[in-house]
Design a protein around this ligand. Structure first.
Ligand SMILES: *[C@@H]1O[C@H](CO)[C@@H](O)[C@H](O)[C@H]1NC(C)=O
Ligand SMILES: *[C@@H]1O[C@H](CO)[C@@H](O)[C@H](O)[C@H]1NC(C)=O
Ligand SMILES: *[C@@H]1O[C@H](CO)[C@@H](O)[C@H](O)[C@H]1NC(C)=O
Ligand SMILES: *[C@@H]1O[C@H](CO)[C@@H](O)[C@H](O)[C@H]1NC(C)=O
Length: 435
């Protein structure tokens, strides 16, 4: 009796010892995380910096909304005492969806170990991929209450792939890899949500300025931008669509796309529908067609017939504004001295991407449609993607700036605000001063 009583006490003690750290963890577990995002002026890529490795080093990465995972160059200067390759047939390999397992013939280092599974890191700018070891290492990031950054938190075993130095081609100066936010189990949002048990949601808000940072939030709102506006309150929702065929440069057969597609059903300019071949707007069995959102395309890219129809319809709506010689890569340019300005940019016809019903649309105002190419020239910021494009419409970075987009992975829906300039704030207005 006494024995069992003591035993019971002992078990309780053990339990309390093992439970209390996790209680401490729970009470201080972050509800959301925040990452500043800069815009690189020479490549127009959006860059984020994470602390990784032991000891921590800042690692600059190009943000890729539809990227499958993080990959970094492990060939040059990867030094870390906490680097661990993922062994073949481990849980890590299975979570990452790796379908390959291998040996490495050169000397052992991060990125080159035997009996490890691998992934296919890709560079979406040059559309090239390589094979790279799956590994884990510690990553640290700041928590947030939605208003300011809070203390830094870390994920000790963050999964990523090892890329190679050649794969950094065409990425911004100083960048060491790609930060993928796509719809996979090992993308940044998925791993952060799993590590801290918060909602499988994240939001991006890209700044239009190369001098002021935009922001990515991991987790649910509030997302507060100065002067004290919680922009998560003004979201309009549309379903996210799964493209069943991968759109990456290389993938394992049968993998769906990690990119975010939405259902654009028509395009209206000044309220008038543009005549389009609507079959291009849906995704066919081979994964062609449809509309995706991309942070690695600086401007929206449209399949030629859609592009021509949109350009012609736009020109028709602004026939009183003098056109000037086009400046590549754009196809319609105007003398800006004849264009007025509004709170939401140059006073030009609104372009509506009409979604699941006629009253749900993503309205593009002048600030997101017109690009100042010279002091007196504004061009429509869309580019021609050619015929037979893989994806008919790729909504690019310029059209996303100063719009907040929230991706809800559990409910597979996108929330968007349209231009924040209407709400008298911008994506550069998150208060990055810690409190
Ligand atoms: C992997 O194993 C092979 C064969 O046993 C060996 O020759 C090679 O050096 C090993 N590579 C590493 C990186 O350990
Ligand atoms: C519309 O696009 C589809 C898919 O590319 C193509 O097969 C069809 O011929 C096009 N229709 C017209 C009228 O151009
Ligand atoms: C734009 O219009 C102004 C005023 O008419 C003119 O001086 C200027 O040269 C024009 N710019 C271009 C690029 O045509
Ligand atoms: C930004 O946050 C800090 C810390 O809470 C605060 O002291 C400061 O006043 C805020 N800045 C603005 C412009 O509100």
């Amino acid at each position: 009796m006494a024995f069992s009583h003591n035993f019971f006490l002992f078990v309780c003690l053990l339990l309390s010892i093992s439970i209390s750290p996790s209680i401490a963890l729970t009470s201080s577990r972050p509800k959301a995380l925040v990452l500043p995002v800069s815009k690189d002026s020479s490549t127009q890529q959006y860059l984020a910096q994470l602390n990784q490795r032991t000891p921590f080093v800042p690692v600059k990465l190009t943000l890729h909304l539809g990227g499958q995972f993080i990959w970094v160059d492990c060939e040059q200067g990867y030094v870390s005492s906490s680097y661990k390759p993922a062994r073949c047939r481990s849980a890590q390999c299975s979570i990452a969806g790796s379908k390959s397992c291998g040996e490495c013939t050169s000397s052992r280092r991060p990125g080159c170990n035997n009996d490890t599974c691998s992934l296919l890191p890709d560079n979406p700018v040059i559309k090239t991929a390589t094979i790279g070891e799956l590994a884990q290492d510690v990553v640290s990031i700041q928590s947030t209450d939605g208003k300011n950054p809070g203390r830094a938190v870390s994920v000790p075993q963050f999964l990523f792939a090892c890329g190679k130095a050649f794969l950094l081609e065409a990425l911004a100066n100083g960048v060491k890899g790609i930060a993928g936010l796509g719809r996979t189990r090992i993308s940044l949002p998925s791993q952060f949500s799993a590590a801290f048990s918060f909602d499988r949601k994240f939001a991006i808000c890209l700044s239009s300025s190369t001098r002021a940072n935009g922001v990515v939030f991991f987790g649910d709102g509030p997302y507060v931008l100065l002067p004290g506006k919680d922009v998560s309150q003004s979201l309009i929702y549309t379903p996210l669509i799964l493209n069943p065929v991968s759109t990456a440069a290389a993938t394992f057969a049968g993998d769906p796309s990690a990119e975010y597609f939405i259902g654009v059903n028509s395009i209206k300019i000044n309220g008038n529908a543009v005549k389009l071949n609507t079959s291009l707007l849906s995704i066919n069995k081979q994964g062609f067609g449809g509309t995706k959102i991309s942070t690695v395309n600086p401007y929206t890219v449209m399949e030629t017939s859609i592009y021509n129809a949109v350009i012609q319809a736009f020109i028709k709506e602004v026939k009183n504004i003098p056109r000037v010689a086009v400046i590549a890569p754009f196809g319609a340019c105007f003398n800006s001295t004849f264009i007025g300005s509004t709170r939401v940019g140059p006073a030009v016809p609104q372009i509506d991407l009409v979604l699941q019903s006629s009253n749900v649309f993503w309205r593009i105002f002048g600030a997101n449609s017109m690009v100042q190419v010279k002091s007196d020239v504004l061009c429509l910021g869309f580019v021609d993607g050619g015929f037979y494009t893989r994806t008919s419409i790729v909504i690019g970075g310029y059209q996303l700036e100063d719009n907040l987009l929230q991706f809800d992975l559990a409910k597979s829906k996108l929330g968007f605000t349209s231009s924040l300039l209407f709400q008298q704030t911008t994506c550069a207005n998150f208060n990055f001063t810690s409190n």
